[in-house]
Design a protein around this ligand. Structure first.
Ligand SMILES: C[S@@+](CC[C@H](N)C(=O)[O-])C[C@H]1O[C@@H](n2cnc3c(N)ncnc32)[C@H](O)[C@@H]1O
Length: 310
């Protein structure tokens, strides 16, 4: 244990040039009398400390034993006494949704590597949230390649074993029928009201601090597919831009599937720093939150954390 290993570092004995312990060294005068005075105040202090450390060796051993015993008992308690580990969190009834969510990774060459890394984290977060969701969606990553794939290969080799996700090098338009596609984009004049379980909702895999404003809207129009923005304005007031990070959009959809309420989904998912304020029926602010940049990469390594909790 870290604690023990730190403590077991006994105070170092001071040595003289011949390698003898200075603590036991006494200067001997010509008539053979020990001259204790030769030890400086600092050396005497060190010697005392060392003696104390030696004297307490047994006590420390005993304490370690007790702590070990306590941990063993605690483990037995947690396992219900029969060695069978049980889940502290009751397993919820998971019903997968038929709704498809696509993260469109075709903007790779528009991003600097630091933003690609942020996107990578956001995708990890989407994956982890979907794995623990009550109604997990059919998750697709399309156009995977370039810097993002390189980052995944370098930083998280485990992605090749990800389950319940379709990872494609192809563009989403080659994977999903055009009429099923709805591009989610804050620039669309259409406001999403309901989710259609038969549709595939596309999120732009882009961390651009909105330098490429309107790019996903333009792409959706070029391709002639449906597009819509999240109904943020109808349910919350925000003191920051309504352009959200990929994982926030993804998590809002998951939360909506679970709660059936946009307002609850927004308030649950949007971080306190985002400045989201729930709007009451009468139009007043119900809940205040602070501001955050939408392209923030401040999420922890979500895959690991959430997988552990799942
Ligand atoms: C950081 S944004 C990228 C912004 C980018 N300039 C663009 O034109 O989409 C990441 C993605 O999240 C989705 N998104 C963000 N805010 C949204 C909103 N308010 N409504 C719908 N989708 C949104 C879009 O798919 C967007 O491409």
């Amino acid at each position: 244990m870290a604690e023990d290993s730190v403590k077991s570092e006994a105070p170092a004995q001071q040595k003289n040039e011949n390698g003898e312990n200075k603590s036991s060294q006494k200067a001997v005068s010509s008539n053979g009398e020990a001259e204790n005075q030769t030890l400086s105040k600092r050396q005497r202090k060190k010697l005392l400390k060392q003696q104390k450390w030696e004297d307490e060796r047994e006590l420390r051993k005993q304490r370690r034993k007790e702590r070990k015993q306590q941990r063993r008992l605690q483990r037995q308690d947690d396992e219900g006494g029969d060695g069978q580990s049980f889940r502290k969190r009751p397993r919820r009834e998971v019903t997968p949704s038929s709704l498809r969510m696509v993260v469109d990774c075709s903007f790779d060459d528009l991003m600097l590597i630091k933003d690609v890394r942020k996107l990578h984290k956001q995708i990890q977060r989407c994956y982890a949230e979907n794995r623990r969701a009550l109604h997990p969606v059919q998750f697709y990553l399309t156009s995977l390649g370039g810097q993002l794939k390189q980052s995944m290969d370098e930083k998280d080799k485990g992605w090749v074993n990800w389950k319940d996700i379709s990872i494609k090098t192809e563009h989403y338009s080659e994977v999903v029928a055009k009429e099923d596609l709805v591009y989610l984009t804050s620039d669309s004049p259409n406001v999403l009201e309901e989710l259609d379980q038969k549709k595939a909702y596309v999120i732009g895999g882009l961390v651009d601090h909105n330098h490429h404003k309107g790019i996903t809207f333009e792409r959706a129009k070029e391709l002639g597919i449906e597009h819509a923005q999240l109904p943020l304005s109808s349910f919350i007031k925000m003191n920051s831009r309504k352009v959200l990070a990929v994982n926030h959009v993804f998590e809002i959809i998951l939360a909506y599937l679970e709660k059936g309420s946009w307002q609850e989904a927004f308030v649950t998912v949007l971080p306190q720093r985002k400045g989201a304020v729930a709007v009451d029926q009468d139009g007043t602010n119900a809940q205040e939150k602070e501001e955050e940049d939408s392209d923030s990469d401040s999420e922890p390594d979500a895959t690991e954390q959430l997988e552990k909790r799942a």
